[in-house]
Each structure stands twice: as C-alpha cells, then as structure tokens.
Design a protein around this ligand. Sequence first.
Ligand code: ZN
Length: 158
Amino acid sequence: MAIRKILIFGEDDILRKHSRPVEKFDKRLGMLLDDMADTMYHADGAGLAAVQVGVLKRCVVIDVGDGLIELVNPVIVESSGAAVNPEGCLSIPGRRCTVERPTHVVVRAQDRKGRAIELTGDEFLAMAVCHELDHLDGIVYTDKMIEDVTDQFDQEKK
Ligand code: ZN
C-alpha cells in the first residue's frame, strides 16, 4: 500500500496515451489497485485511472461515497440519458468544467482476480465511470468541456 504521484495533464504526455488491456491478474495488479485506491482517497478524489499514476493498464478505481469499486478492462455496454454537471480531475487540479454525460450506464469488467463483473451506475456514478473510462483512451474531461465554471466554485469556497 502506497500513495503514488498523480501525473498532471499538460506536464505528462502519458495522459494522452491509450492504456492496454490487463492480461495478468497477479499480485502486481493487486498492488497497483491498492495503491490507486490509497492515492485516490489521499487526494480526496472520487475516481482514478491507472494512467494517472503513470501505468498504461486498463483499470480504474471509483468511490462516489458508496464504497470502493475496482474495474479492470471495463467496457460500457449500455448507456442512456444525458445530464450536464461540473466535473473536476485530480490530473487537472484547481479547475471545474461542465460536461454532458449519460445518467445511466452498464459496465462489463473484471475484478482483480479476473472474474467477470457487471456494474450499473446512475447519476454521479455514471458520470464518474464515464470520466475514468475516458482516461483509458487518453481523453480528459476538458476535451468535452461545455463551460469552464472554475470561478463559480472559487466563489463558493470563500
Ligand atoms: Zn480525471
């Protein structure tokens, strides 16, 4: 268990690369997922993709307040609805922008042992899943930005 360095978009080109499918479900993968969860919680984030700690593997961790979710080789197999909400990203600190995302997604993935899992996500979880899965294809949420609302969030903090 360890906290890894979160790479910052614009400073590291790896965030633009496509992650590769996980083929080995070994101890190393377990350690990576443990570290990713530690890193996400330490940074007070709701999700983290492996590429954000410099590992080009298709895995993400998410926790929107209902417990830790680990997804290895995730694929969205169903999505519906649309909502525009502000997002943030641990790799783009200090910014908030609105993005349109589906309000309902179904994801097929594997767990850390390679067993098939299916996850249904609604509302905030659907948004988090879409945000994290985009990272696996080198996409950051500001690519899909509708409006930069960073100023509004700064005012709320004061
Ligand atoms: Zn992100």
